[in-house]
Design a protein around this ligand. Structure first.
Ligand code: GTR
Length: 410
């Protein structure tokens, strides 16, 4: 029987795609992790005075090879477009405030929740995934008009009001004397690979060069600009802002904290590959997979390390170490194997020598702590029960950690 050539092509394509799919199958088996050596964050450093120069070197390597550099500081200027209405919420114990600031031609809609009559309070600053209206069910919070992922026609709708409320322990944050500042990450840069024509990238005539910002660097830069604004308020103490993020936004909060020493504390919730997880372990999500599925997150240079992690001049424990001596928290979830909980723990552990050099405790736990048993020094870590999310348990730890580090001297 003569097989039509078109069928041969289809069969060949089928075999090829099976081969690709098999190659791409993530490893979840610790015994199959390739042998690796982690780069030493303290290479060439013998005393604390030598750390700042080494830190600059590591920061530059992360910027050039992974996240991309912000191409200019000319766009840094923010202006207040709308001073924002305020009203009491949560039975009067909190004030909701919604200022709008403009950055590089984009409007950033802030949702600020303040303890009643706040003056100079510490704050958590965190992006949300689907719009401010998902954080708190309140009809005075406008729906975002920007592109929203996982929504019909990428538009926000009323039915989503409060849909993410379980991920934001608003009342607990307020009751403990913190403000919460959140905004939709798509206000800064929509999370879609469109050749860098949307979001703040649209203000640039050309696609970024291979060492220039991907979306994570852009979101991190946006957080610094929000911090600029918070510094102009009397309610929030901008020297006591904890930058927090979940998942891709946890990668973002770590990079924001590394770049901007004004962030007093950084929290990575289930940030995984490209966040706190050690890339060389190649377990769960890999560098090749993240660069393929999310090509806009990192700069193009990062593609060099697809299936080639051993050539990275750094690993993610050094991203955590860039926070030193400022407090940093890494959190995992035991069922979130895609994000490699053990790799996240190891990053916290192997950042510890930098903290110790600077006279801080680092992570107290030398071994991965049991599930739901946090370990908190200047580095905090926990692996909680459950899956990829932000829960009340997570917030309880972040508040405890932030109270200890940002409020103890009040
Ligand atoms: C996944 C991605 C992860 C993580 C997650 C998220 O699809 O592979 O790296 O960022 O999305 O942000 O929810």
């Amino acid at each position: 029987m003569r097989i039509p050539s078109s069928l041969i092509v289809v069969l060949a394509m089928g075999i090829a795609s099976v081969a690709v799919a098999q190659d791409a199958k993530p490893n979840y088996d610790e015994s199959k992790i390739p042998a690796y050596t982690l780069p030493n964050p303290l290479a060439g450093v013998e005393s604390a005075v030598q750390w700042p120069a080494r830190r600059e070197q590591i920061l530059a390597q992360f910027a050039t090879e992974m996240f991309g550099k912000v191409p200019t500081d000319k766009l840094n200027a923010i202006s207040v477009k709308d001073a924002g209405a305020r009203k009491p919420v949560l039975g009067g114990k909190a004030t909701m405030w919604q200022p709008v600031i403009t950055l590089a031609g984009r409007d950033l809609h802030l949702l600020v929740l303040l303890p009643k009559e706040s003056r100079n309070v510490p704050a958590f600053l965190a992006y949300n995934f689907h719009g401010n209206h998902t954080v708190l069910d309140d009809l005075d919070i406008p729906l975002t008009k920007n592109w929203v992922r996982s929504k019909p026609e990428n538009r926000a709708s009323d039915e989503d009001r409060g849909s993410a409320a379980s991920r934001w322990a608003v009342e607990k944050i307020i009751d403990n004397g913190f403000a919460l500042v959140t905004l939709y990450y798509g206000d800064v840069d929509p999370d879609v690979d469109d050749g860098f024509e949307n979001g703040v990238h649209a203000a640039f005539p050309n696609k970024p060069a291979s060492d220039q910002w991907g979306s994570i660097a852009t979101w991190a830069w946006g957080l610094s600009r929000v911090l600029d604004f918070l510094g102009t308020t009397s309610e929030i103490d901008a020297t006591r802002v904890a930058v927090m993020g979940h998942s891709r936004l946890g990668k973002t909060s770590l990079w924001a904290g590394a770049n901007d020493p004004r962030f007093a504390l950084a929290i990575s919730n289930n940030s995984g590959c490209g966040g706190a997880a050690i890339s060389r372990r190649r377990i769960g999500e890999s560098v090749a997979r993240i660069n393929t599925v999310f090509p806009h997150w990192f700069c193009d240079n990062f593609v060099k390390y697809n299936d080639n992690e051993s050539q990275l001049p750094f690993d993610q424990h050094m991203l955590v170490a860039l926070m030193a001596p400022r407090p940093v928290y890494v959190a995992s979830a035991v069922e979130d194997t895609w994000a490699d909980p053990r790799g996240e723990f190891l990053a916290a552990k192997h950042a510890t020598p930098v903290y110790e050099l600077l006279g801080r405790e680092g992570l107290p736990a030398a071994k991965m702590p049991p599930v739901d048993e946090p370990s908190q020094g200047s580095i905090g870590y926990h692996v909680r029960s459950g899956g990829h999310s932000v829960t009340d348990f997570d917030w309880t730890q972040y508040i405890k950690f932030a109270k200890q580090h940002l409020m103890e001297n009040e």
